[in-house]
Design a protein around this ligand. Structure first.
Ligand code: SAM
Length: 372
């Protein structure tokens, strides 16, 4: 990076939070994060979503470091910017048009759409084992100073499906949180420095104010996920998802067999709607991921869902752990797989899931050399 003047802004996929004396930055597209303290933290605090001229930022920083020459501040800042830009946290350009053109927008045409980028190594600052991952530093730091990072909001318990394994008893699927309560919670969460909000249900798209809720989450600068069965997706909702730069929409798909899927949701025609709307979201470059819990019903076929998702360049998660119902009844647990079947599933995961394999091979490494 030359010493010339340039414009600079935070990428719309990057989110900055104060954590004690540190500045934390996270990018929802790359899933990378960094922690900065001292001068790095000060530099970062002057880089905003609105573009600024470097010269202006250097003047602002020089006000903080009064005993340091402007030239030294500028050299250090240029280096800081180069490093952050290489990892897509920020954008620089000679003019505002260049800044906008350089903004990376999620697309399924990308070589690696983020929905399938989930390498454990990505959590590491680099591949040097002596350097702790940001997550490690974060957990250590938060041991003594707990804070709210993520919340899951059940916007409504109402649902248009009757999934056999659901933890919400069907008889209790009646209530919807009023909009003002939800907005109040979101504002309190912002005050507390929240980063990540998950909108769930019931079926969250049944909430009459879903548009306002998503827009409020964006206004509060949260990383946003929506968990849905996708049967109620409309063109309008797709526009709202697009405009509000969601991290991803998670869709539940239980089987590639229409009857099998519908036997789990207990709604005939649900498979067709879900798959059709997944197609529409992909066409419109809405980042999605698939959730496919493993149950007695789909234990033999769940892998077809994973293969299908991979062909779509979409990440898919499975889980064989089924929670009991919230009224402490256990009727839904009759659908969970047996311990012998769990063993087979785990064996399958070890053999087929690159991410899991990589994670356990790193976990099994001898204790890494620590810094700090
Ligand atoms: C509760 S649903 C709510 C969002 C939406 N209605 C849907 O179907 O995805 C969110 C996810 O939780 C899963 N789920 C439901 N009941 C569960 C249970 N008892 N244990 C584990 N996961 C469960 C669903 O399969 C779904 O993937």
């Amino acid at each position: 990076m030359s010493q010339n003047n340039y414009f600079i802004k935070l990428s719309s996929n990057s989110f900055v939070r104060d954590i004690g004396k540190h500045k934390y930055i996270y990018n929802q597209l790359t899933k990378h994060d960094r922690m900065y303290n001292e001068s790095g933290g000060v530099f970062l605090s002057f880089i905003t979503r609105e573009s600024k001229e470097k010269g202006v930022i250097i003047s602002e920083i020089s006000e903080v470091f009064k005993n340091v020459s402007r030239e030294t501040v500028e050299t250090d800042f240029d280096e800081f910017v180069k490093d952050l830009e290489e990892d897509k946290f920020i954008i620089t350009g000679e003019n505002l048009k260049e800044l906008n053109d350089k903004e990376v927008v999620f697309s399924y045409d990308m070589k690696n759409p983020k929905t399938i980028t989930r390498s454990y190594k990505d959590l590491m600052k680099d591949n040097d084992d002596s350097i702790k991952s940001t997550q490690e530093i974060l957990y250590k730091y938060l041991e003594n100073d707990t804070r709210l990072f993520s919340i899951q909001l059940e916007l409504t318990s109402k649902c248009n499906e009757r999934c056999v394994h659901c933890y919400i008893p069907h008889a209790l699927k009646l209530d919807t949180l009023p909009l003002d309560t939800i907005l109040k919670v979101l504002d309190e969460a912002k005050e507390m420095g929240l980063l990540h909000v998950i909108l769930s249900g019931g079926e969250p798209l049944l909430h009459p104010n879903i548009k306002e809720i998503i827009e409020h989450c964006r206004k509060n600068d949260f990383v946003i996920n929506i968990l849905t069965n996708a049967t109620l997706i409309t063109d309008d909702l797709i526009k709202i998802f697009k405009k509000n730069n969601l991290d991803f929409v998670q869709v539940s798909v239980y089987s590639m067999g229409e009857e099998e899927h519908d036997s789990i949701t207990q709604v005939k025609g649900s498979f067709k709607k879900t798959v059709e709307n997944i197609g529409k979201m992909i066409e419109n470059d809405i980042p999605i991921q698939i959730s496919c819990p493993i149950l007695k019903q789909n234990y033999k076929s769940y892998k077809n869902v994973l293969k299908w998702a991979e062909n779509l360049k979409v990440n898919a998660n499975t889980d064989f752990i089924i929670a009991a119902q919230t009224d402490l009844s256990k009727d839904n647990l009759r659908n969970r797989i047996s311990s012998e079947e769990v063993e087979i599933v785990i064996q399958d995961i070890i053999e087929n899931d690159e991410f899991y394999k990589e994670k356990i091979s790193l976990d099994l490494k001898p204790e890494k050399k620590r810094i700090g």
